[in-house]
Design a protein around this ligand. Structure first.
Ligand code: FMN
Length: 186
């Protein structure tokens, strides 16, 4: 099956997550194309989609929001999964971490969910290299409480990401015939 993994990333953390997802799907026998999201992309031509974005100030990057809105018709009825990369101050225990990640989900994901009915959305912890931030992002980080919420470091949980991609591969294998386009065998 041909799967598009497309991502919006400012500093590369989300790109790394997208590539890890793509590698896992490839290893499960799918043909995966991974590429950065452009707002004016037409997303037709794939059997399934994984779409992700970094979260800045509570929102997906604009190109990711726009590409989903632009492609609601192409995506509706196809298997779609969404992911976000964000929280850096993640709690230590697994249960607390799940709760905290869920609470950090951007509010507009609920809207996108209504429009394209994805099979799932997952919030992953992210990564931040303070030395690489733009002046504006550095100012946001230096605002009161900013450093505590946006600590420097790589908090990406590679096994969590791999497990999620493995679940996607299993779900795709289990889709009943007729759910997919006729060229399923390609
Ligand atoms: C200025 C700034 C604002 C951020 N705002 C949020 C936020 O609102 N919610 C969140 O979960 N993460 C937030 N983050 C963390 C980023 O989403 C995280 O570092 C992400 O993994 C970056 O991905 P990228 O390198 O692909 O852009 C913020 C980071 C910066 C620098």
């Amino acid at each position: 099956m041909r799967i598009l993994v497309t991502y919006a990333s400012k500093y590369g953390a989300t790109e790394g997550i997208a590539e890890h997802i793509a590698r896992t799907l490839d290893a499960a026998g799918h043909t995966t194309i991974v590429r950065p999201t452009r707002a004016n992309d037409d997303l037709g031509g794939y059997h399934a989609y994984v779409i992700g974005s970094a979260v800045y100030l509570g929102k997906w990057l604009s190109e990711a929001r726009k590409v989903v809105r632009r492609n609601t018709t192409a995506l509706a009825g196809k298997p779609v999964w969404l992911f976000s990369s964000g929280p850096l101050d993640v709690a230590i225990t697994e249960a607390a971490k799940r709760k905290q990640l869920a609470e950090a989900t951007p509010k507009h994901i609920a809207e996108l969910t209504k429009e394209i009915r994805p099979r799932g959305h997952r919030m992953f912890s992210g990564s931040l290299d303070a030395a690489r931030l733009t002046r504006l992002d550095r100012l946001v980080r230096m605002s009161p409480g900013g450093k505590a919420l946006l600590p420097d470091g790589d908090f990406r949980d590679w096994s969590d990401i791999k497990d999620w991609a493995t679940e996607i591969a299993l779900e795709l294998d289990e889709l009943p015939a007729g759910t997919l386009p006729d060229d399923r065998r390609t």
